[in-house]
Design a protein around this ligand. Structure first.
Ligand code: SF4
Ligand code: SF4
Length: 165
């Protein structure tokens, strides 16, 4: 890991320009600017997957069954700005809501990592300088999902994925 600002990638859909090098190590989540908060997302896409939760143990398993608005080829929400008109239950992650959601976010999610006091991985675009590094590291679900429109709820169990950490 380095404090040197990486070169930014103009194909990165998230604007990570102009942020202080290593800001996530010195700024608390609740003190981050909107741009810093948004830049933490690595684009893995896993928060758009449907999960199975054991009511007794609280154990959470992610499945490859993605939200109907998820674009598997770009690994992004196809209608992010207006998503709540189509998927009202889509969560809005913020410093205020992260305590309620950290438990089910993927173990590699930057928001969860920082909330748990852990460092980001070197493949994070803020460190690598390119959003492709998350795909190369094998932690994104680009090209690996099936749409919830194509899978019956009762069959989600057949699509549980392993979580790399
Ligand atoms: S799981 Fe976390 S890092 Fe991955 S896309 Fe969702 S918010 Fe971004
Ligand atoms: S509405 Fe968009 S951001 Fe929300 S879960 Fe679905 S694909 Fe992801």
């Amino acid at each position: 890991m380095t404090d040197t600002a990486p070169q930014t990638d103009r194909d990165d859909p998230i604007d990570r320009d102009g942020l202080a090098p290593g800001f996530w190590k010195t700024t608390r989540l609740e003190d981050m600017s909107g741009a810093e908060w948004e830049a933490l997302c690595d684009g893995c896409g896993k928060c758009c997957l449907n999960k199975l939760e054991d009511e007794d143990t609280g154990e959470v398993a992610l499945t490859r069954v993605a939200c109907r608005l998820f674009d598997d080829s770009t690994c992004r929400c196809a209608r992010y700005e207006v998503r709540h008109a189509f998927v009202p239950e889509c969560i809005v992650l913020s410093p205020r809501t992260i305590p309620d959601h950290a438990y089910w976010l993927p173990a590699t999610c930057a928001y969860r990592l920082l909330w748990e006091g852990k460092p980001l991985f070197d493949w994070h675009p803020l460190i690598s300088g390119t959003p492709e590094s998350v795909h190369r590291a094998g932690v994104s679900i680009r090209g690996a999902t099936v749409s919830e429109a194509a899978v019956d709820d009762d069959d989600w169990e057949d699509h549980i994925i392993d979580e790399p950490v």
